[in-house]
Every structure is written in structure tokens, then in C-alpha cells.
Design a protein around this ligand. Structure first.
Ligand code: BG6
Length: 489
């Protein structure tokens, strides 16, 4: 392996948790397999549960079972993993952990670099960061970085507090706040489509774009996460982070350079230009929903209120549709509609850019309507880009019909890297472009808080959409009153 690949000891807090097993270990494995990790790395799994190294490595091997046909020795990969049972509240345990990391650093020749990954309950993020500093774990020889999972606070105040807490130990450029949507290939593609094509950027403004739609729909309900979700809801769980991040990337000005600070600066400017919504006007901009019973794939499913961990009269929204107005020169007057929900008709994330209508329709006399041009960025599941254009109908006459041009990533025969794989790789290489800056967190929470406050002062009429549908009718009306409609997902 080349010496340019990063060396580090990766310390994962929450090593026995669901995220670590489902996402982090398979991602580390793929990086290892694709030679993006040098042999000079070790992972220290940290969690409360008493496990032996052997048991921990069995878990790791289980998490990569799907890759059993690779010509990679799974035992060898797992031998980089070490378990360290840990009670985050006992200071003495940090010293022991420090010692252990130093030992492994020597053994694996990891260059004194440390990546601390917080993948556990968010109430521990701040205290652990403080203890890492007070117990000397950040006085290491090489670099140290902190990766923080969501949720990053549950409102502006708590997010600020958390920023302050971790800011006592780590500087902003050492903090990598995860939003896994920023690691998705097609979300990263927004920037390339916009800034590497002469065709789009000149049209990318309020003169040519009628509206932008971002939909992220899920089929699953809250499943086993009712306890967390009931305190959160779709606005906090999806809109504050993933949806607003996609909107920022779609709306930002071209950065001066592709440097993390430049890109994040442009995204922050978008968030600062968001029209703030006050309590009186919230219904003009946002719609909330909660799923009722219904049918998914021909099977009857329960309502949200019947889920484990959810209050039987819960007012938590499982669906949000909203309209963002970005009051700056480029976007004044162009609505950015977002929509996200659980238990909808299908699992899909799609961005639709709808261009404005032409000034006249030359084909009207022939009875043809001209459909607006659409640029569709298909984030998942079928990654790709589609353009809707108008072209000649195959006929004797010159009449117009809508055609689609497709780019399907799957035709490239190259497996797309997983979001977490991309983000861990970036972090190991010190590239924070696809991570969230504290200013972005603060501004997005400020915006979201005003909606949450308005909603908490008014009882919702829930449930208001059936499982397996595209949300409540009000979500359609939100666009209809502007003369638009959602493009099919
Ligand atoms: C997470 C939310 O951040 O994103 C989940 O907490 C949601 O509720 C998930 O299901 C969706 O991610 P993806 O990658 O499946 O679209």
C-alpha cells in the first residue's frame, strides 16, 4: 500500500451500536479493500458492554458478511480492531484509553494521528469531548479530529451549547459534523452538474427557473426508533439537516475555489438569505403530516401512534412539506419546495429543477401543450440524471412531444461508494468540505425553531395521511396556490 494513504487510530465511541455495525464497519472495510486505508491503522471500539477482543472482531466480521466473496482476508481486516470497555463518566478510564491508543499507535505505526468518532447518544458528545481534553487524549503527536453524528442539538440553543462544549477541546477545523446526505454521490454531483457545465449555470437563477423541488420519501415507518423519533419529528430529523443542505448546494453561488472554507461560506450565505417565517404565516409555507394506518406492498400497516415508544396521542409530524424563499438577487421569487416523510408510496430522493415556460407556444394551434423543461437529479435509489425536453413526435406533422434523456449511474459498472465511506475517507484526509460548519448548524436551527414553536402552539389534526400515500392533500395545495404541482416521484 502507498505511503500517502492516511494513518490513524480511529476511536469509535458507541462501537456496539447500530450505526457502527450497519454503516461504519462496512465503510471502513470498503476503504481497506479499495486501498484507501493504509495498513497503518487500528480501530478502538469503545462502549459500555463488556466484550473481549475476539467477540468484538466476530461482530466486525458479521458486519461485513456481505463481502464474503471478496479476495480479502476478513480475519486480517478484523485484526486491526480492538475493544476497550468504557464508562464515559469515569475519568480514570480516559487515561487507560490514552495508554491503549499509544500502544496501538506504536504497534501499527499510525503516525500519532487520532480520529475520535462519536456514534452514540448525543447527550454524551459534549462531556466526552471535554474529558478527552482534560485527560490529555488530544495532546498527541499527530493530528486529532472529532467526528460527530447527528442529531447535533435539538434546537438552536442546544446546538450552540454543544458547539461551545466541543469547541473547548477541538477547533472548528478539527470538527467534522456528519450529514450523511453530503456523502451521497448524487448530492455531491449537484456541484459538478452546476459548475462544470456551460449549459446550466447561466440559466441557474430566477430568470429561467420557475421552482425547485426536493423530495425525500421513505416507505419505512419509525420502526424501532419511536422513542427518539417522537421527540424529534420529520422537521428536525430530516429538514433541519439533509433537506436544507441539499437546498444550500442547489442555491449557493459558485465558490471562489473548491476549498472547504469557500464552499461552506457560500452555503452559509444561502442560509442567511432564507426568508424567516413567523408564527402567523407558518401555514402559508409549511405543512405537517402524520401517517395513519394503510397498506404497504399489499400488507396492512399500523399508524404512527400505534408504534413502539410513541405516545398514543402524539402530535409529532412524520411528514413535512415546505416552501423556502431565498431572498437574494439570484433567487428572489423562486420557491424551493421540499417534501419528506415516512410511510410514503416509495423510497426515493429526487431533485427537480423546473425551468420557466417559453414566452409563446408555437405548437398551440396543433393542440400541443409544451411541457416545462425539467432537470432531475436522482439521488436514490437509481442514481442518475434525467432531462425532460420537448422534441418532434414521430409523425407526418411537425408536432411536439416530451422526451427524456437519462444518465444512469448503474450503467457505469463501477460500484458507487457509500456515503459513510466517502465521508470517513474525507475526514481521514482532512477534507471537511462535505461536513457541516457550526454556522450552518446555527442558522438552520434558527430557521427550524420558528416553525417548531409555531407548531407547538397549535394542536395538529393528526393522523392526516394514509400509509403508502404521498402525504396529506395540503402538501399539494402548497404548490397549487403558486400554480405548480409536485412532479411525480
Ligand atoms: C436519517 C434519519 O438521518 O436519515 C432517518 O434520522 C432517515 O429517520 C434517514 O430514515 C434517511 O436516510 P437515507 O440515506 O436512507 O435516505
Amino acid at each position: 500500500m502507498t505511503s500517502q494513504t492516511p494513518r490513524a487510530i480511529i476511536v469509535i465511541f458507541g462501537a456496539t451500536g447500530d450505526l457502527a455495525n450497519r454503516k461504519l464497519y462496512p465503510s471502513l472495510y470498503r476503504l481497506y479493500r479499495n486501498k484507501k486505508l493504509s495498513d497503518h491503522f487500528a480501530v478502538v471500539g469503545v462502549a459500555r458492554r463488556p466484550l473481549t477482543n475476539e467477540e468484538f472482531r466476530q461482530n466486525i466480521k458479521k458486519s461485513i458478511e456481505n463481502f464474503k466473496d471478496d479476495p480479502i482476508n476478513h480475519d486480517e481486516f478484523a485484526s486491526h480492531f480492538h475493544y476497550n470497555p468504557f464508562d464515559a463518566q469515569h475519568l480514570s478510564e480516559y487515561k487507560k484509553l490514552d495508554h491503549f491508543i499509544n500502544e496501538l499507535d506504536q504497534k501499527h505505526n499510525a503516525g500519532g494521528n487520532r480520529l475520535f468518532y462519536m456514534a452514540m447518544a448525543p447527550n454524551f458528545f459534549g462531556p466526552i469531548a471535554a474529558n478527552l481534553k482534560s485527560q490529555g487524549l488530544t495532546d498527541n503527536r499527530g493530528w486529532s479530529r472529532l467526528v460527530i453524528e447527528k442529531p447535533f442539538g435539538h434546537n438552536y440553543e442546544s446546538a450552540q451549547k454543544l458547539n461551545e462544549q466541543i469547541g473547548q477541546t477541538f477547533t472548528e477545523d478539527q470538527i467534522y459534523r456528519i450529514d450523511h446526505y453530503l456523502g451521497k454521490q448524487m448530492v455531491q454531483n449537484i456541484e459538478i452538474v452546476r459548475f462544470a457545465n456551460a449549459m446550466f449555470e447561466p440559466l441557474w437563477n430566477n430568470q429561467y427557473i420557475a421552482n425547485v423541488q426536493v423530495t425525500s420519501s421513505e416507505v419505512l415507518g419509525v420502526e424501532e426508533r419511536g422513542r427518539y423519533y417522537d421527540q424529534s419529528g420529520a422537521l428536525r430529523d430530516m429538514v433541519q439537516n439533509h433537506m436544507l443542505q441539499m437546498v444550500s448546494l442547489l442555491a449557493m453561488e459558485p465558490p471562489a475555489k473548491l476549498h472547504p472554507d469557500e464552499v461552506r461560506y457560500e452555503k452559509v450565505k444561502v442560509l442567511r438569505s432564507l426568508r424567516q417565517i413567523d408564527e402567523k404565516s407558518v401555514d402559508d409555507y409549511f405543512v405537517r403530516g402524520q401517517y395513519d394506518r394503510g397498506e404497504i406492498n399489499g400488507e396492512a400497516v399500523n399508524s404512527y401512534r400505534e408504534s413502539n415508544g410513541v405516545e398514543p396521542d402524539s402530535d409529532t409530524e412524520t411528514f413535512v412539506a415546505g416552501k423556502f424563499m431565498i431572498d437574494n438577487f439570484r433567487w428572489a421569487g423562486v420557491p424551493f419546495y421540499v417534501r419528506t416523510g415516512k410511510r410514503m408510496a416509495k423510497k426515493s430522493t429526487e431533485i427537480v429543477i423546473q425551468f420557466k415556460d417559453l414566452p409563446i407556444n408555437l405548437y398551440k394551434d396543433k393542440g400541443d401543450t409544451i411541457d416545462p423543461n425539467l432537470l432531475i437529479i436522482r439521488v436514490q435509489p437509481d442514481e442518475g440524471i434525467t432531462m425532460h425536453l420537448n422534441a418532434k413526435k414521430t409523425d407526418y406533422e411537425t408536432t411536439s412531444t416530451q422526451i427524456s434523456m437519462h444518465y444512469d449511474k448503474k450503467d457505469e459498472a463501477i460500484e458507487s461508494p457509500e456515503a459513510y465511506e466517502v465521508l470517513i475517507n474525507d475526514c481521514l484526509n482532512g477534507d471537511s468540505t462535505s461536513f457541516v460548519h457550526s454556522d450552518e448548524v446555527a442558522l438552520s436551527w434558527k430557521f427550524i425553531d420558528s416553525i417548531t414553536n409555531a407548531w407547538s402552539n397549535k394542536k395538529a389534526e393528526f393522523p392526516n395521511y394514509q400509509s403508502g400515500t404521498n402525504g396529506p392533500a395540503e402538501a399539494d395545495q402548497l404548490l397549487a396556490k403558486d400554480g405548480f404541482h409536485w412532479w411525480d416521484i
